[in-house]
Design a protein around this ligand. Structure first.
Ligand code: KIV
Length: 266
């Protein structure tokens, strides 16, 4: 059954019910997250960094996104909304190609796609929406543009960029996106723009006044150790748990404590 993403999320905003989104990249995590109380599973292109070992998201391909969306869909026993990122250079400059690629992600199991940018990518957003595919926007820090914008930095520090955030948010809302991610934006700036929008805003490093929050699962579970942005709260320290478990296993293999009789077949 196709979910009514628009109505569900707008009603949550109207009712002041916060939206919880988390990134998810494979079936085993999808099985766990989809029976939790999160609302949305985001197959983010952060998978390039946290799962595929790239430095940023630019090397992630549409085939990677399809592969991981299919896995998340298979594990989604709880029937959560699945949003998949359109990967770099698969939608920005060519609206016709944007629709073809968005359809591939929908066929893989996504309920909606997410794209980075405002006015610059409006023709592609309009075309994807015209094809009946729900779109989530993404403004502020745009990880697919880090090479142009000089790295992972807090955005909207000057009047011009604050105005652009405001204008782009209204442009996306008028175009018909069902929600927008705000990434790395000072809290007071995000608060002001959020209060002027009907469409729900899901923040990551954008403060407390967004309509929802998203975190990268590997960050909040304490599995990604390369760097931790200030906005991350670690709800677990799984890298420590995993290292301890694997070391104990290796030690027990070497000292003969594993396997025991109960682990063997008669
Ligand atoms: O790719 C991703 O995980 C994202 C989040 C950072 C919002 O876009």
């Amino acid at each position: 059954m196709r979910k009514n993403i628009y109505a569900d999320l707008i009603n949550m905003k109207k009712g002041n019910e916060k939206i919880a989104m988390i990134t998810c990249y494979d079936a085993s995590m999808s099985k766990l997250f989809s029976v939790s109380s999160v609302d949305i599973l985001l197959v983010g292109d952060t998978l390039g960094m946290v799962k595929l070992g790239y430095e940023n998201t630019l090397s992630v391909t549409i085939d990677d996104m399809i592969h991981h969306t299919k896995a998340v869909k298979r594990g989604n026993k709880g029937g959560k909304i699945i949003v998949t990122d359109m990967s770099y250079k698969t939608y920005e400059d060519n609206p016709r190609e944007a629709v073809i690629n968005a359809k591939k992600l929908m066929d893989a199991g996504a309920d909606a796609v997410k794209v980075e940018g405002g006015l610059e990518i409006l023709p592609s957003i309009k075309e994807i929406l015209k094809a009946g595919i729900p779109v989530m926007g993404h403004l502020g820090l745009l990880p697919q543009s880090v090479e142009k914008t000089g790295g992972f930095k807090v955005q909207c520090r000057d009047k011009e960029s604050i105005k652009k955030l405001h204008d782009d948010s209204l442009i996306l809302q008028d175009a018909g996106v069902f929600s927008i991610v705000f990434e790395c934006i000072p809290e007071n700036v995000a608060k002001d723009v959020v209060s002027k929008l009907d469409v729900p805003v899901i923040g990551i490093g954008a403060g407390r006044y967004c309509d929802g929050q998203v975190l990268v699962s590997d960050d909040m579970l304490g599995m990604f150790e390369d760097f931790t942005p200030k906005f991350v709260k670690k709800y677990a320290n799984l890298s420590k748990t995993i290292k301890e478990a694997v070391n104990l296993y290796a030690a027990e293999v070497k000292n003969g404590k594993f396997p025991k009789e109960e682990n063997t077949y008669k």
